[in-house]
Design a protein around this ligand. Structure first.
Ligand code: ADP
Ligand code: MG
Length: 243
């Protein structure tokens, strides 16, 4: 349901994504691992057109596009079917938890406010924050803020949710509640592409782990196989440091 072909991105002279090919099945949970600076965030950002790729084709659901010939409408359509969860939550400080979740539905999906707020209340129930509907981000814990960030992505009903190190900015005490919510989504077979250093999460939840280095997919496979019998020496070296 998602196909990426030849996705390429340069920053100046540096080739950050080197013609990435990737297919993701509906309901698949993928965890992307790899050293820092290897293009993991750039991959996710290109899939959402937060960064503009330099080459490549994308298929998401019904949408098929040549990244070099996209219209503004196609970019908006792509954003509607790929939701993003940021490391630093990226909530609107001047909006309540409810408004943060409803905002995209109103602005991107052009829902009437009442309908968007009703959906946001359902989502708040599902993420265990029904009592925080009117709270502003500053009054929420890091874990609660990131659950709102995930709630916002859930509200969009995107084909895939892209998570960029969703627990890296959290105090350790909040990590489990966020991973717990992600596990809940995984159990519902929400398609997810997750960049994370949480190897326990990858082992328990991922259908497939992708190891990236130098803008390329070096190796991929089910976590049980990849973690116990990495085939590439670069994967072995990386896992030796993090496991
Ligand atoms: P990762 O998420 O794997 O740590 P990134 O995708 O963030 O890696 O970055 C890959 C490379 O691209 C790094 O060398 C980084 O410095 C560079 N890079 C990322 N974003 C930008 C940008 N907006 N401008 C210039 N260089 C960037
Ligand atoms: Mg990154």
């Amino acid at each position: 349901m998602i196909r990426v072909q030849g996705l390429t991105k340069r920053f100046g002279d540096s080739l950050v994504l080197d013609a990435i090919d990737l297919e993701i099945q509906q309901g698949e949970i993928i965890v992307v691992i790899g050293p820092s600076g290897t293009g993991k965030s750039t991959l996710l950002r290109c899939l959402n057109f937060l960064e503009r790729p330099d080459a490549g084709y994308l298929e998401v659901g019904e949408l098929r596009l040549d990244t070099q010939k996209v219209s503004r409408r196609e970019i908006l359509a792509l954003r509607r079917c790929t939701a993003f969860v940021f490391q630093n939550y990226a909530l609107f400080a001047n909006k309540t938890a409810l408004e943060n979740i409803a905002e995209g539905l109103i602005v991107v999906n052009r829902w009437p406010k009442a309908k968007a707020h009703a959906r946001a209340r359902e989502i708040l129930e599902r993420i265990g924050l029904a009592d925080k509907a009117d709270a502003y981000p500053a009054s929420l814990s890091g874990g609660q803020q990131q659950r709102v960030g995930i709630g916002r992505a859930m509200a969009a009903q995107a084909e895939v949710i892209l998570f960029d190190e969703p627990t890296s900015a959290l105090d350790p005490e909040w990590v489990e509640e966020v991973l717990g919510l992600m596990k809940q989504l995984a159990a519902e077979r929400q398609t997810m592409l997750v960049v994370s250093h949480e190897m326990g999460f990858a082992r328990d939840v991922a259908d497939r782990v992708i190891f990236m280095e130098g803008g390329r997919i070096v190796e991929q496979g089910p976590p049980a196989r990849l973690f116990s019998e990495p085939r590439d020496p670069r994967t072995r070296e990386f896992l030796r440091k993090v496991l």
